[in-house]
Design a protein around this ligand. Sequence first.
Ligand code: B12
Length: 212
Amino acid sequence: MNNQESTGELLAFLLKGERQGAANVINGLLDSGEDVQHIYEMVIKPAMYKVGEMWERGEISVATEHLASAIVEAILGQLYYKVISGSGSRNKTVVISTVENEAHQIGAKMVSDVFELHGWNSHFLGANTPVEELLKYIEMVKPNILSLSMSIDTHLDFLEKTIKRVKEVYPQLLILIGGQGLNDNGGEVMLRYSGVLYFRDLVAFENFLIQN
Ligand code: B12
């Protein structure tokens, strides 16, 4: 089965709310040798984008969209045994969060898992972390990298507010930014700050991790 067929099959189970069927699709991919990153980027992400398109066109309800998200989050949890088996020393730490007011956390969780797969110690804070709370957490764990995710394009102010505040207190801290809200201007936003890098997807981001 190719990626498109797997995506279609997964999507059908997500829309029917069949967690077991969805899990079976993912397990089948693992059995055929696909790695977690590939399954995230090439199968789960396109299935969720499709869910978004169908919701936007009014073809599925908000409830169905919520159910699909819940099943995908459960699948990510189910894949964690693969994520922790990733090689590496775990002597580097990353803190990952979405920006304030941002409720979309699945992409950020994928990024967190890819860090762990590469041997990083990853602290995934989930959605909507207030900036001052984020700062307190950074003070506590002293990460090597902060990663921020933004899915809604109108959340750019929240992202920039966070970058500015973090850089005020930790000017040397490298910040990675990503998320589909930055698809049109992520590169441009990155150039406004020093020590900020933008990656569009898991492939670009993983290439960076491999080189660093
Ligand atoms: C599920 C979902 C929700 C769920 C989220 C649940 C959850 N637990 O996360 C809920 C119901 C909360 C939700 C709410 C809303 N949503 Co919504 N949602 C979606 C949906 C269908 C899927 C999101 C998803 O998981 N995608 C899959 C992930 C894997 O993709 P990703 O986030 O892009 O992440 C990838 C990359 O961007 C990258 N990446 C992401 N973060 C980072 C960070 C770093 C550092 C790096 C390097 C890379 C990186 O890596 C990932 C893998 O490649 C999308 C459709 C879509 N196109 O995604 C709409 C979508 C994002 N939502 C949308 C909207 C409009 C909303 C609401 C405003 C709806 C409303 N009227 O209330 C609210 C906003 C709430 C808020 N304040 O944020 C729009 C956004 C449009 C826009 N112009 O910005 C979309 C695109 C739907 C659409 N087609 O219109 N939503």
